[in-house]
Ligand binder design. Structure first.
Ligand code: SPV
Ligand code: MN
Length: 624
C-alpha cells in the first residue's frame, strides 16, 4: 500500500516536488496526500516548502490560472469570488458526526459516514486538468507551545497565495514532527472555474471532521470558506483546546502603550465587521493580531499568540483618515491581494468608503459593472462588495508589535468583548471579576449581523465570545472551559465590555469613531490600578474626570459631562430584557451549561431590579 502510494505521487510530482515530499519522513502524511491525489485526480502535484521560489511559484500560478490579475502597483493583485460566494456560508458548514457523539442541537451536523460519502463524491476528479498544491504551514509562531502544523491541499492558486501571506511557513515544523499524525489537514477543491471563479456554488460544502482534524471544502473560493488555517482551523482548535485546557478565540491581540512607555497586552473578541481590526490598529498602539488568538496558561499567568502573521481585512471604509497605516500599506509595493473590490480599466482598485468617489464603470464581483447596474432580483449592485477584503502581511505594517513571533506569546492583562449593540451596553465597562466577565460579558454577547456571513444584516443575534460561528463543542462546555481556565492563575486578566455602536432613541450613534482610542486607554489604566471606577449593578464604569482628561490627552477634545451622562446611563429595562433572553437561550440550547452562569445572571438581575426600585429605569452615572 505504502509503496503504491509513493509510486503514484512520484508519477504526479516533478523531481523537485518529489524530493520535498520524501524529505518529510512521514508515511501517514504520504498516505493522506496519496489518498486525495487519487480521489481528486489532478494532472500534477506541487509540493511546496518554505522557500521564496515556492512562494513565487504559487503567486505565478494564481495569475496564470486567472484567479488573480495584476493591478497597477507592483505586487498587487485582484481576486474575485463568485457573485453568491462573498461570505462565510454557515448553512453549508457542517460537523461530521460519528455515531454516539452529541454536539448539542445548535451545531449544524451531518452523520459522518453520509457526509464523508457526499464530500468525497464532490471531490472525485475535482482537480482533473489542474495542479494540486500541497503546502505546509504553522498556526502560531514556530518553535512554540502554540505551534500547530497544518497541511493544506488545494487546487486554488488564490487560496494557496493567501496562505503564504497569512501564515508562517511550516515545512520545517513538519520535519520536526517525524511520523506523528498530530497536525491539522485541509482538502479544498474550488471546482469548475468560469472566468477564474467557482461556478457551482450551489454545491458548496464545508465539512469538518473533529475526530481526525480534517476539514473539506468544495465549490467555493471565499477565504472564510476555503483558507484552511483561518476559520476552518479555528473550529478544529476550539475542540483541541477543550481537551487540553487552553482557549482558541476569535480575538485580536494588541499592545496598549502608556505615556511613560509601559506596554500592556489586551485580547479582544468582536464579531466579524464590528471593529476588531480597527481596534487592533488604533493609533498610538501596536498590533499583534486582528482575528484569531490562542491563550495558554504558564507560571500562573495567561499568554496569547496570534495564530496568523497577516490580515484578511474588510476593506470597506479603509481610507487615509480612518486607517492611515493600512492605507499606506495598501498603497505601497507590499504584496497585497484585493478581493471583491472594483477595478478600473487602468487596473486601479476602488472600494466602498475609500474616500475617492465612485468610478463610472469597471470590473467587480458581478463582472462588467456600470453605475446603476442591477442584479436579477432588481437590486442595485454596489461598485464593490461590503465584505470586500485585502490580504496583507502584518510585517508590512509600521505599527506591528515586536512580539508577533515571540514563541512565548504576550502576557495578556485585559480581555475585551464587544458587539454591534445599539441599545444596551455603555461604551466601556469592567467586570467585577473573571467569572462575572466571562458570564455577563463574553457568554452574554449579542451583536447585530453583518455582511461577513450570508443572510440578512442588522438582526440582533446571540454570539457568545464572538465565537458562535466557530464553536465546535457543546456551548456549555465551551463556557465552562473559560471559567476553569484561570484556576491556577494568580491574577486573572481583567474583563471589559465595549460598545462602539450605542445609539440614541433617534437612531444616531452617541459615540464618535475615534472614541475607542480613549476607552482602551482607560482600560489600560484600570488594569494597572492607576484610576478608580464607579461600581454599578452591571460592572465598573469610568469616572467623568478620568475620561475628560483622557479625551483631552488622546484626542485633544473637550468631553462634555452631558455626553458622559448620556453614554453611561444604565439602561435597566434593556439590560433586564437581555438577561432574560440569555438565560432562555442557555436553558433551551445548552443543557450542559454550568450552574454558575444562571447564578451570576440571576444575581445581576436582582441588582438591576433593586436599583430600578430606588432610582427608576434609566440611571445616570452620578447616582452611583
Ligand atoms: C470573519 O468573518 O470573521 C473574518 C473573515 O475574519 S473570514 O475569513 O470570512 O472568517
Ligand atoms: Mn474573523
Amino acid at each position: 500500500m505504502k509503496e503504491k502510494n509513493i509510486e503514484l505521487l512520484k508519477a504526479k510530482c516533478s523531481k523537485e516536488s518529489y524530493k520535498k515530499l520524501i524529505g518529510l519522513n512521514n508515511p501517514k502524511l504520504h498516505n493522506f496526500i496519496a489518498k486525495y491525489t487519487k480521489l481528486c485526480n489532478p494532472d500534477s502535484v506541487f509540493i511546496g516548502n518554505d522557500s521564496l521560489e515556492d512562494r513565487q511559484h504559487i503567486r505565478n500560478e494564481a495569475l496564470e490560472k486567472g484567479e488573480e490579475k495584476k493591478l497597477v502597483i507592483e505586487g498587487h493583485t485582484v481576486h474575485f469570488d463568485g457573485y453568491n460566494d462573498q461570505a462565510r456560508d454557515k448553512a453549508q458548514t457542517r460537523y461530521l458526526l460519528p455515531p454516539g457523539v452529541d454536539l448539542g442541537s445548535s451545531l449544524n451536523a451531518i452523520d459522518k459516514e453520509k457526509g464523508l460519502r457526499e464530500i468525497h463524491e464532490y471531490l472525485k476528479d475535482i482537480m482533473v486538468g489542474k495542479e494540486m498544491y500541497v503546502l505546509f504551514f504553522c498556526l502560531g509562531p514556530t518553535n512554540s507551545e502554540f505551534s500547530i502544523p497544518c497541511l493544506q491541499i488545494t487546487d486554488s492558486g488564490y487560496v494557496a497565495h493567501s496562505e503564504y501571506i497569512l501564515y508562517r511557513a511550516g515545512y520545517e515544523e513538519f520535519r520536526k514532527l517525524g511520523d506523528s499524525e498530530d497536525f491539522f489537514r485541509y482538502v479544498h477543491g474550488a471546482g469548475v472555474l468560469e472566468n477564474g471563479v467557482s461556478k457551482n456554488v450551489d454545491k458548496r460544502r464545508i465539512y469538518i471532521d473533529l475526530e481526525d482534524n480534517i476539514v473539506y471544502s468544495v465549490n467555493t473560493q471565499y477565504g472564510g470558506n476555503t483558507i484552511g488555517l483561518k476559520k476552518l482551523s479555528l473550529r478544529l482548535a476550539i475542540h483541541k483546546a477543550l481537551q487540553e485546557g487552553w482557549l482558541a478565540e476569535h480575538m485580536l491581540l494588541m499592545g496598549v502603550h502608556s505615556r511613560k512607555g509601559r506596554v500592556t497586552y489586551f485580547a479582544g473578541a468582536f464579531p466579524s465587521a464590528c471593529g476588531k481590526t480597527s481596534t487592533a490598529m488604533l493609533e498610538g498602539e501596536t498590533i499583534v493580531g486582528d482575528d484569531i488568538a490562542y491563550l495558554r496558561k504558564k507560571d500562573g499567568k495567561i499568554y496569547a499568540a496570534n495564530v496568523e502573521c497577516g490580515i484578511f481585512g474588510i476593506i470597506r471604509d479603509v481610507n487615509p483618515k480612518n486607517d492611515p497605516v493600512i492605507w499606506e500599506a495598501l498603497n505601497s509595493e507590499e504584496e497585497v491581494i484585493f478581493s471583491n473590490i472594483l477595478v478600473t480599466e487602468e487596473m486601479i482598485p476602488y472600494w466602498l468608503g475609500d474616500g475617492r468617489g465612485m468610478p463610472e464603470k469597471g470590473i467587480n464581483y458581478s463582472g462588467e459593472w456600470y453605475k446603476g447596474k442591477k442584479d436579477s432580483w432588481e437590486n442595485e449592485i454596489s461598485h464593490a462588495h461590503k465584505n470586500a477584503r485585502y490580504t496583507v502581511s502584518l510585517y508590512a505594517l509600521k505599527n506591528l508589535d515586536s512580539k508577533l513571533d515571540d514563541p512565548c506569546g504576550v502576557e495578556v492583562k485585559g480581555i475585551v468583548y464587544g458587539g454591534r449593540d445599539s441599545s444596551i451596553w455603555p461604551p466601556v465597562q469592567e467586570a467585577f471579576d473573571w467569572t462575572h466577565g466571562v458570564i455577563t460579558m463574553g457568554a452574554s454577547l449579542e451583536s447585530e449581523t453583518t455582511a461577513a456571513t450570508l443572510g440578512k444584516e442588522g438582526v440582533r443575534q446571540f454570539n457568545p465570545m464572538s465565537n458562535l460561528d466557530f464553536v465546535s463543542i457543546p456551548l456549555g462546555r465551551y463556557i465552562n472551559n473559560h471559567l476553569k481556565f484561570v484556576d491556577s492563575v494568580n491574577t486573572p486578566p481583567s474583563i471589559f465590555s465595549v460598545n462602539y455602536f450605542l445609539k440614541n432613541k433617534d437612531g444616531k450613534y452617541i459615540t464618535g469613531m475615534e472614541d475607542k482610542r480613549v476607552w482602551i486607554k482607560w482600560m489600560e489604566l484600570r488594569v494597572n490600578d492607576d484610576v478608580e471606577a464607579i461600581k454599578t449593578p452591571a460592572g465598573y464604569i469610568p469616572k467623568y474626570e478620568d475620561l475628560k482628561r483622557l479625551f483631552s490627552e488622546v484626542l485633544d477634545k473637550n468631553y462634555r459631562e452631558e455626553d458622559y451622562t448620556r453614554q453611561f446611563t444604565l439602561r435597566i429595562p434593556e439590560n433586564l430584557a437581555k438577561i432574560k433572553r440569555i438565560i432562555n437561550i442557555y436553558k433551551i440550547k445548552a443543557p450542559d451549561t454550568p450552574a454558575a452562569l444562571f447564578r451570576v445572571l440571576e444575581e445581576q438581575k436582582k441588582r438591576l431590579q433593586e436599583a430600578r426600585v430606588k432610582y427608576g429605569d434609566y440611571i445616570a452615572p452620578s447616582v452611583f
